[in-house]
Design a protein around this ligand. Structure first.
Ligand code: MG
Ligand code: MG
Length: 258
C-alpha cells in the first residue's frame, strides 16, 4: 500500500528530516580518531530528544541504539559500542531516524575519520553522486526502476558492487512503507512514481564484491570480502516538477568545514 502525502504531511516529514540532518551534522562535528561509536550514539540521542523528537531507531524491531553506525567493511545496521573506537583513515556510515509529530525522518551520511585514503575517498564521493543521480529521477511519471537504474549504472561504472539485499523504501508515519526502492534495476520498470509519494533513496555501495554477510549479532551487515562500503540516504518527496529533497546535506557539510 503506497500512501500519498498531502503538502502538510510533506512539511512534517521535512521537519523530521531537517532534524535528522542537524543530528548528523552534530555527530559529524564529533567524529575524530579516539571517539567511540557509543559516544556518538549518546550525543545523537540527547540532541534528538532536546529538539522534541524521539530516536526512531531505538527499539525498532529491538534495535538497541539511536543510530546505526557502520565502520569500513560494515555496510549498514552497525550497533554503536563503547568498544568500537574510531581511528584515522576509517570511513563511518551513520544512519539516523527521528519520530516527531506523527512522522518519521530517515537519512544517512558517510564520514571520513581524519584523512582517508584516495580509494576510500572515491568510494564515498561516487556513492553520494549515485544518490544524486537516483534522486534526479524521482519525479512524477517516472518509475522506481528509473531511480534504481540511475544509482546502479553510475556505481557500477566505477567497478563497485551494488548491494542487493537491502533497499530504500517509502517514508511516512512508518519508517518502512511501500514501495521498496532497490539500488539496482531497469529503467521503465517498477511502481509508478506519483505526486505526493515520499521515498528514501539509499545507495549502499561496496568497493569490491556486492556480496554481503549478516553478522551473528542479528543486525550488522558487512561486505563478504571485507572491503569498505559507503551509504548515503535522502528522503525525497516526488513532485510533478521533480524531486523535493527533504534531507539537507549542506547542514552536515557546512558543519564539517568549521
Ligand atoms: Mg536510514
Ligand atoms: Mg532508510
Amino acid at each position: 500500500m503506497i500512501y500519498l502525502k498531502t503538502d502538510e504531511e510533506i512539511e512534517l516529514l521535512r521537519e523530521n528530516n531537517l532534524l535528522v540532518s542537524k543530528t548528523l551534522a552534530e555527530v559529524g562535528r564529533h567524529i575524530r580518531p579516539g571517539v567511540t561509536t557509543r559516544e556518538l550514539d549518546t550525543l545523537a540521542e540527547t540532541f534528538i530528544r532536546d529538539h522534541g523528537a524521539v530516536p526512531a531507531f531505538l527499539g525498532y524491531q529491538g534495535f538497541p541504539a539511536s543510530l546505526c553506525i557502520s565502520v569500513n567493511e560494515q555496510v549498514v545496521h552497525g550497533i554503536p559500542s563503547s568498544k568500537c573506537v574510531l581511528k584515522e583513515g576509517d570511513i563511518v556510515s551513520v544512519d539516523c531516524g527521528t519520530f516527531m509529530k506523527g512522522f518519521v525522518g530517515d537519512s544517512a551520511y558517510t564520514f571520513a575519520v581524519g584523512e582517508v585514503g584516495a580509494e576510500a575517498r572515491q568510494l564515498m564521493e561516487v556513492t553520494k553522486e549515485a544518490l544524486y543521480k537516483g534522486t534526479a529521477q524521482a519525479k512524477a511519471g517516472n518509475r522506481v526502476g528509473d531511480v534504481s537504474a540511475a544509482v546502479q549504472e553510475y556505481a557500477e561504472s566505477f567497478g563497485y558492487g551494488v548491494v542487493r539485499e537491502l533497499e530504500g523504501h517509502g517514508l511516512g508515519r512508518k519508517m518502512h512503507e511501500d514501495p521498496g526502492v532497490p539500488n539496482y534495476g531497469a529503467r521503465g520498470r517498477g511502481p509508478l512514481l506519483r505526486e505526493g509519494m515520499v521515498i528514501c533513496i539509499e545507495p549502499m555501495i561496496n568497493m569490491g564484491t556486492k556480496a554481503v554477510v549478516f553478522e551473528r549479532d542479528g543486525w550488522t551487515v558487512r561486505t563478504k570480502d571485507r572491503k569498505p562500503s559507503a551509504h548515503y540516504e535522502f528522503a525525497v518527496a516526488v513532485r510533478r516538477n521533480g524531486p523535493d529533497v527533504l534531507t539537507d546535506f549542506s547542514i552536515i557539510e557546512n558543519a564539517l568545514k568549521n
